[in-house]
Design a protein around this ligand. Sequence first.
Ligand SMILES: NC(=O)c1ccc[n+]([C@@H]2O[C@H](COP(=O)([O-])OP(=O)(O)OC[C@H]3O[C@@H](n4cnc5c(N)ncnc54)[C@H](O)[C@@H]3O)[C@@H](O)[C@H]2O)c1
Length: 267
Amino acid sequence: MQTDQGRVIIVTGAGSGIGAATAARFITAGDRVALLDRDEEALARQLGRHAGAADRVMAQRVDMAVSADVDAAVDAVVARFGAVDVLVNNAGIGGFGHVDRLPDEKWRQVFAVNVDGVFYASRRALPHIIARRGNIVNIASISGTGGDHGFAAYNASKAAVINLTRAMALDHGGEGVRVNAVCPGLVQTPLSQQLCETPEVAARYMEAIALGRLAQPEEIAETIFFLASPAASYVTGAALVVDGGLTSATGQPNFTRLLTGETRTGT
Ligand SMILES: NC(=O)c1ccc[n+]([C@@H]2O[C@H](COP(=O)([O-])OP(=O)(O)OC[C@H]3O[C@@H](n4cnc5c(N)ncnc54)[C@H](O)[C@@H]3O)[C@@H](O)[C@H]2O)c1
């Protein structure tokens, strides 16, 4: 619900990458925005960036893996702004390792942040979101729609986020609440730095991505902003892929190049 002061938006993992770009998008739109992150220095940097809107921007340190922390952070937002219209569950971590070599701590860490964190924040914020007929946007990944070599815990965690999105959309649709997920492909952020900067990996990506380039965080932020807006009033339970065409491929070889020898930019 739009108010004179703008909606109240919570963005988790707002200290960096997609979360920082998303917070900036809502701030630019005139909304009141709470930036949540476990990295206090990153939060301070973002607060400085938005100093001109200090009256409607707040930052709250939180570890999304700790239920009591998340409860306290959501409560702090309600204490400051009096409501929650939109929750963007964006905080997330990667993790490399095959199942037969994954220690308990690593598996638990990935699930604690990527899945438990979404559950904790949604649980605490939902009564407020229901009161405003607001919505939730969860940041999943194309890694939640299929398997990747070496990313077992991450794949499983992001698939859980997609199905949690669908379940919450069913459970709360009758209360006027929409719940959607965004599934980005490769986005240029600190999380994906190693993938973007390893030449062989980057070259393989460029072959596989229809648009022939990786995404900027602002492009994902625009999609999140759309899903959270009245323009998406009939969209719920969706897992919107934003990957430049990466998952449009069946995985078969590039016939154009192999059979005709023709090469085009990005193929
Ligand atoms: N970058 C990509 O290519 C890509 C692709 C698909 C999905 N995603 C997803 O997008 C989301 C954002 O990723 P990003 O690339 O912007 O990453 P990033 O590393 O740039 O930012 C993530 C932010 O989350 C915060 N965070 C991490 N663990 C936290 C915790 N326990 N509590 C609170 N804050 C925590 C970090 O401090 C950081 O500021 C993640 O859920 C990620 O899985 C990213």
